[in-house]
Design a protein around this ligand. Sequence first.
Ligand code: C2E
Ligand code: CA
Ligand code: CA
Length: 365
Amino acid sequence: LAGPDDFVARVGADDFGFLQSISGNTLPPADLADRIVTALGAPFEFGGKDAACGASVGVTLYPFDATEDERLMQNAELALQQAKQRGGNQFRLFETNMAERTRNHAALDSRLRLAIDRKEFELYYQPQVSSATGQIIGAEALLRWNSPDRGMVSPGEFLPRAEENGMIVPINEWVLMEACREAKSWHRMGLGPIKIGVNLSPIQFQRVNVSALVVKALSATQLDPRCLDLEITENIVMEDSESVVATLRQIAELGATISVDDFGTGYSSLNYIKQFPLDRIKIDQCFIRNMIDNPSDHAIVRTVANLGHSLGLTVVAEGVETEAQANLLKADGCDVMQGYFYGKPMPAADFIAMMRASRKLELTA
Ligand code: C2E
Ligand code: CA
Ligand code: CA
């Protein structure tokens, strides 16, 4: 791939530099980078055995990205890091905002790391209501970061980064323990049995033994396993079926339940529903948002509810914001409702007050 005017050099342990002078008949830089990745990714024979290695490439252009050599090397290094972070065996072209993004990431990383130690994470609870009785039967635990310099930060702003840098593992371990502890305290107050829903991340399934975490949280808090619901998404299911099935079976054997979150938004085959020990499906908010005006969204909601019921699953509707939606969902047979119409995610103290008020109503009725 190197022409007579190009240089190839080893610049670090496993870092190589490729300096290409662009002329009329050289390959465009992206094509060259792509060919290098493909060539180095090809299997080869080594000592009589099949071997393979891979490469990631970062590309920067003189004089567009920088004119000093040191700067150019830094740019290439940043682009290389991005290629590696995206899973490797690919190339990335340098972009001017990369340096800033990397700085922002590094700052967020160190603040997140401190946040665990400084106990800045908090759980909010959103009520789940039975459509048959109108009673609060559960709550979903939703993570909040109470950051001293940024106030209450919602998960959309830091969870994607926490998934990228692996911090999601200790954070979610804390969430699971804290949610079980809180739910147990409600039972002790005589408010139970309330089912607590905890969101799991695909990264946890890749990196740690999730069923061992569940065992640990249940035994440390003495929460009745039937009061714990674990929410997984369709992509968890799709990733590495065998080990995921095994983990979910272990969790189901403990007595905890499993919900499929954001149902209908993933690109999964329906085949997994049979294989997995599922208890509930949560119809994604996007179908419920427009179901009143949009007949095809309503048709999807009804079809999913029917599918769920014929498989013996409990059907949960998420993002219910209006009475009209609630009525329609009840008519369609949704068993459990969750959304702003029934209550926004709130601090534990507010949720306890809400449960007490609704129990009192029942007693006076
Ligand atoms: P999700 O699991 O789908 O959670 C529901 C989200 O919808 C929550 O956003 C909730 O505040 C919001 N929501 C609930 N009812 C309504 C409604 O009626 N209308 C509208 N417009 N929104 C509603 P939130 O709390 O910002 O959480 C966002 C996402 O972050 C969650 O989506 C979940 O994927 C993730 N997440 C939250 N907590 C955790 C956690 O502890 N661990 C992991 N791995 N992910 C979490
Ligand atoms: Ca959820
Ligand atoms: Ca959801």
